[in-house]
Design a protein around this ligand. Structure first.
Ligand SMILES: Nc1ncnc2c1ncn2[C@@H]1O[C@H](COP(=O)(O)OP(=O)(O)OP(=O)(O)O)[C@@H](O)[C@H]1O
Length: 661
C-alpha cells in the first residue's frame, strides 16, 4: 500500500505548550495511524462501512457514568456549535473508547450524519473505523485533525473531523470533544482554525471539571506569564490545608511532574514551589491579593494565583483544630495587604475617589444596590470587597460572579443553581447557584454589562422579589443579599442600543460610584508609592527619573498594570533602587521624553519640590512621634528600614529632632 499523503497537506496540528494552530503540522501522525490500521487492526480501506453502535441500555449506562462531565460539556458544546452554525459542522462528545455520548448540531444535517455513522452510541475508535478525528485523537492523546482523504477507510473520505482530548482531574484523558462535517469545503489549512476552537473548548471543559472536583481544596493556578493565569492554558494544582498536593491538572502534571520526575499528588507544596504550606494557607484566605511570583524546584520563575476552591472555606472550618497547628505568623506584608481592602485605604488622595468612598459609607447596610463604573484595573472588585468588609455582612459570604467569564449557557445554572434531575446530566444532588451562595452576604456581579439579555429579565425578577427558583425547581426560595455590580462599559449607552434592559439598569443603580482611571488621579504618586511598598515590603526605592516616568505614563491597564510593572521591576532590581532600565520601554520612554536623566538622582533629590515635600513630611511625622522611628514608620505605612534610608538620604539625623514635650 502507498502511504504517501500530499506533502502540502496540513493534516495534524501539534498542540504543544505554546504552539498555535497551524504552526506545526505532522503528517507522521496520519502515516502511523494508517500503519496501525493495516498492520495492527488488519482493516481494509475498501471494506463496506458498518456502524458499530452500542445497544441503548449500554449507551444509557455510559451516559450515566459521564453524567457530571456531560453536564459541564453540554453548555460548552452549544457555545462551540454556535461559532460554526451554518457551516455544516456539528459537535460530538465521546468517551475514551470513542463512543458518541452527545451531539449538538443542525437538525437538518442529522440524516447526513446518520448515514456517515455519526450517531449516538456509535464507536469511533481507530480499531473500528480506522484513522479518524476521534479514534486517532484517543491514540495520540493530543488534538488531531483528519481531513477527508486522510481517513483510512474510503467510506469515510467525505468526512472531516477535529478531535481534542478532555483531561480528567488526575491529568489523564477521559473523553474527546470533536467537531465533524460531512460537507467540508475548507482546505486542510482552514481546518486548523476549527481544530484550535475545539481544542480550546476541550481545555475549558477540563478546567471546569478539575475545579468542580477540588471545590474543597486550595487552588493554585500558575503560568510563566502572569496574564495567562485564569485562562484555559494555565496549570492548576489542588492543595489541602496542610500544604499537600491532592490534585494536578494535565498542564500542571506535564510541566511540573516532568520537571520533578514523580507524580505531584502526595508531595508538599514546598517541594514544588518556594512557598511554605503556612504562607499558602494565609494567602488563600486573602482572595483579593493578586498573583505572586513563585520559583519551581529547579529555579524557573512562574506566577501563581492562590484561591480557595468553591467550598474550601467550609472544609477549613471543619478542620479548624488541625489548621491551628500550622504555624501562622502573618507577616507585616500580609497585614499591610489586608489593609488594602479597607475603604479608608482606597480613599487615597484623589477628590473623585474620596467622594466615591464618602458616598459608599452613606449607603452601606441600607439595602441600596451599588453600581461601580470604571476602566479595567481601576479597583472595582477591591472596592466591592472593601464595602463588604465595612458592612454588617462582613462575616457572611462575598460571592463574586464575572458575567463575562462564564459561558453564556452556564450563567443561568451558575447564578440560579438547579435541583436534582433538572436536565439530562444534572448532578445528582443538584447545585446551589451563586445567588443562593450569597444568601445573607454580598453578591458582586462583575462585568454586568455582558450579561445576556435573556437572563437580565430573570435577574430583575430576583432583585424585585428577593426569591429564586432554581432550574428544575418549582418552590420559590427567599434570598437576602446586598448587591454590588460593576462594569467598564457605558450602561446608559447599552440601554440606548437595546442590549441592556432599562428597568434592570435602574434596579442596579441605587447608587453609582465612579472609579477614576489612574492617569486622571491627582494622587498618582501616592498610589505608585503605596504599590511599591506593597510589592517590595519597603525594601527598594525609585530613582527620581523612574518616579517621573511612572507618574507621566498613561496606564491603560490602570492599577492592575501598575502593580504588574512594579512587581517585575522589584524582581529585576539588583540593588536598593529601581532604575529606568528595569521599566518596560514604553514607560521608561515617558521619562526620556520629559528630558529626565537617570543619573540626576542626587540633584533631583535636593532640588525637586517632591523631595522637599517628602523631607518636610518625614520631619513632621518624626516630630509628632517624638523621634520614635517605629511609630513614625507605622503611621507613614512604611517599614523601619525604608524610613531610616529615607532619613539618611534627606540628611535627617535623630539628634536634629526637637525633643517631645
Ligand atoms: N488602591 C489599590 N492599591 C493597590 N492595589 C490595588 C488598588 N486598587 C486595585 N488594586 C489591585 O489592582 C488589581 C485590579 O483590581 P480590581 O480587580 O479590583 O480591578 P477591576 O476594576 O475590578 O478590574 P476589572 O474591571 O478588569 O475586573 C488587583 O490586583 C488589585 O489588588
Amino acid at each position: 500500500m502507498n502511504y504517501a499523503v500530499n506533502p502540502d497537506s496540513t493534516a495534524v496540528a501539534s498542540w504543544n505548550e505554546g504552539a498555535t494552530a497551524g504552526e506545526e503540522f505532522d503528517n507522521q501522525v496520519i502515516l502511523e495511524s494508517w500503519e496501525r490500521c493495516e498492520n495492527v487492526y488488519r482493516l481494509s480501506p475498501s471494506a463496506r462501512h458498518r456502524a458499530n453502535v452500542l445497544e441503548s441500555v449500554r449507551l444509557k449506562e455510559e451516559r450515566q457514568k459521564h453524567n457530571d462531565l456531560l453536564q459541564i460539556a453540554r453548555a460548552e458544546m452549544h457555545r462551540l456549535y454556535r461559532q460554526f452554525a451554518g457551516s455544516g459542522w456539528s459537535v460530538l462528545f465521546t468517551d475514551q473508547q470513542g463512543v458518541v455520548l452527545d451531539y449538538v448540531g443542525d437538525a437538518t444535517l442529522k440524516p447526513d450524519f446518520r448515514s456517515a455513522g455519526l450517531i449516538l452510541g456509535a464507536i469511533w475508535s481507530e480499531e473500528h473505523q480506522g484513522t479518524n478525528g476521534i479514534g486517532t485523537c484517543i491514540k495520540e492523546n493530543r488534538p488531531v485533525s483528519v481531513h477527508r482523504d486522510q481517513h483510512f477507510r474510503l467510506c469515510h473520505q467525505q468526512l472531516s473531523c477535529c478531535g481534542a482530548p478532555i483531561w480528567g482531574p488526575t491529568g489523564d484523558p477521559i473523553a474527546i470533544l470533536d467537531a465533524s462535517t460531512v460537507s467540508a469545503l475548507e482546505t486542510p489549512e482552514r481546518q486548523q482554525h476549527t481544530l484550535a476552537l475545539v481544542s480550546m473548548s476541550a481545555q475549558f471543559i477540563s478546567k471546569w471539571r478539575f475545579l468542580r472536583e477540588y471545590e474543597d481544596a486550595i487552588i493554585v493556578r500558575f503560568h510563566s506569564r502572569c496574564e495567562y493565569i485564569g485562562l484555559v492554558n494555565d496549570g492548576v494544582l489542588a492543595v489541602d490545608w496542610e500544604g499537600r498536593i491532592v490534585g494536578a491538572d494535565h498542564k500542571a502534571s506535564s510541566y511540573l511532574g516532568a520537571m520533578i520526575g514523580q507524580p505531584l499528588p502526595g508531595l508538599s507544596i514546598d517541594q514544588v514551589f518556594d512557598i511554605s504550606p503556612a504562607a499558602l494557607a494565609e494567602r488563600a484566605e486573602r482572595p483579593y491579593l493578586p498573583y505572586c511570583g513563585v520559583r519551581t524546584a529547579n529555579g524557573a520563575q512562574l506566577y501563581a494565583q492562590i484561591q480557595l476552591g468553591a467550598r474550601a472555606g467550609e472544609q477549613r472550618s471543619r478542620n479548624n483544630s488541625r489548621v491551628q497547628r500550622i504555624p501562622s505568623s502573618p507577616s507585616r506584608a500580609l497585614e499591610q495587604r489586608e489593609a488594602l481592602c479597607s475603604l479608608e485605604n482606597l480613599r487615597g488622595g484623589d477628590p473623585r475617589m474620596a467622594r466615591s468612598i464618602d458616598r459608599a459609607y452613606k449607603v452601606i447596610d441600607r439595602d441600596i444596590p451599588i453600581l461601580l463604573n470604571g476602566e479595567t484595573g481601576t479597583g472595582k472588585e477591591l472596592l466591592a470587597r472593601a464595602i463588604h468588609a465595612a458592612s454588617q455582612r462582613r462575616h457572611k459570604p462575598f460571592v463574586a460572579v464575572n458575567c463575562a467569564a462564564i459561558p453564556k449557557d452556564l450563567i443561568e445554572s451558575e447564578l440560579f443553581g438547579y435541583r436534582p434531575g433538572a436536565f439530562t446530566g444534572a448532578a445528582r444532588g443538584g447545585r446551589k447557584g451563586k445567588i443562593e451562595q450569597a444568601d445573607s452576604g454580598m453578591l458582586f456581579l462583575d462585568e454586568i454589562g455582558d450579561m445576556p439579555l435573556e437572563l437580565q429579565a430573570r435577574l430583575l425578577r430576583v432583585l424585585e422579589e428577593r426569591e429564586i427558583v432554581p432550574l428544575g425547581g418549582d418552590e420559590p426560595q427567599p434570598v437576602d443579599f446586598a448587591l454590588v455590580s460593576a462594569t467598564h462599559r457605558d450602561l446608559p449607552q447599552l440601554v440606548a442600543e437595546g442590549v441592556f434592559r432599562e428597568d434592570l439598569y435602574y434596579r442596579l443603580n441605587g447608587l453609582a460610584l465612579e472609579l477614576p482611571p489612574l492617569r486622571q488621579r491627582s494622587d498618582r504618586e501616592q498610589v505608585i508609592r503605596a504599590i511599591l511598598e506593597l510589592e517590595s515590603g519597603g525594601s527598594v526605592e525609585l530613582q527620581p527619573a523612574v518616579l517621573q516616568a511612572l507618574v507621566t505614563y498613561s496606564w491603560p491597564g490602570n492599577i492592575r498594570q501598575a502593580r504588574n510593572v512594579l512587581r517585575t521591576a522589584v524582581a529585576l532590581c539588583e540593588g536598593e533602587t529601581i532604575r529606568l532600565t528595569e521599566l518596560p520601554d514604553e514607560i521608561a520612554a515617558c521619562a526620556e521624553q520629559e528630558g529626565c536623566d537617570g543619573d540626576s538622582e542626587t540633584l533631583a533629590l535636593q532640588d525637586s519640590p517632591l523631595a522637599d515635600a517628602e523631607r518636610r513630611a518625614l520631619l513632621t511625622e518624626l516630630e509628632r512621634h517624638g523621634g520614635n522611628v517605629s511609630r513614625t514608620a507605622e503611621t507613614l505605612g512604611m517599614s523601619r528600614n525604608t524610613l531610616y534610608r529615607k532619613m539618611r538620604r534627606h540628611g535627617i539625623a535623630m539628634r536634629g529632632l526637637p525633643p517631645k514635650d
